[in-house]
Design a protein. Sequence first.
Length: 353
Amino acid sequence: MFANVHNPETLTGEELDRYLSDGWFRNAQRIFTTNFLSFNKTFYSAIWLRIQLDQLVENDTFKKLSHINKNFKITIQEASITDEKEALYESYKQGISFSASQSLHALLLGDSSRRIYNTYEVLLHDGDVLIGVGYFDVGDRTAAGIVSFYNQAYKKNSLGKYLILLKVNYCKKKQLDYFYPGYFAPNYPAFEYKRSIGKEGLQYLQLATSKWIPMNQYVHSDDIYSVMHAKLLEALTTLQDNNIQASLLHYTFFEANIIPNLAGHHLFDFPVYISCFSIIEGVINPMIVFNIQTNCYHIIECMSVWKADESEQEVGFYAEHLLKLKRVVYSCAHADTLVEKVARIYLKNPQID
């Protein structure tokens, strides 16, 4: 599965450490993982990051920001939600280009009455005025940054980055092993700043091996969406060269597995696939996917879990049905072999060799 969500009743520090090590992240009082993202109908890989704190040195950026912001009061304590913090969060949202939670309460607690996380906050005050807040969760040996926000009038002070560095520095002083800042998305500039934090100890979770690798060893082939997309384009070209009708489609519901009410259904979660057949209303055609974990093409068949009442099919997208994998029909490593199988099994055309 590329996406999943759990809704534990309780969460020990040791359990949080384990979740974070596997590439999971907090969502209100739940915890989720995903490997793909979509912003404005453009798709990206989610590459999970962590900082090995014993490798971290106080870099020039932290020294510079500490000097610039030396007159601000810093408080680190157990977290709370107040009207003052809600107001600052609401003001902050007006100046950002990406979507954010409706409120601070919704972001941290959702609709739950439980509090399963050991959450701390960093507060920045300019005199008596609250100008910045950052939240982070602490486990037994690790911590995870959740959110940072600030008064946009202080944007030139780089408070967003400063708040993150304050969290990291605090966790290092507490002799924790790792700090998890979330994910970055290759080719999506809004998250690029995370690659500059804790460079000396920065690691990423490599999906193909499920191992944490030093960030300086990151290569394009670890951008799993780009690899998946390129492999499917290769297969698409081969299919079309052999006069087989085919199209590349993005699946609108690729993150359905992280919706709490759908948890445990193990739904189809590939973000992009090839359809080799004409789209007919009510019919779910076999699909071709490329699995980065097996490095293989798969011909698969899916079943419908739910049908949209009024599906408006956009060009290049599929949103008629919420899908669940039924079976894998065939697997292979090469596009040429795949084309032969498609022709023989589905198109009843044995002439393609």
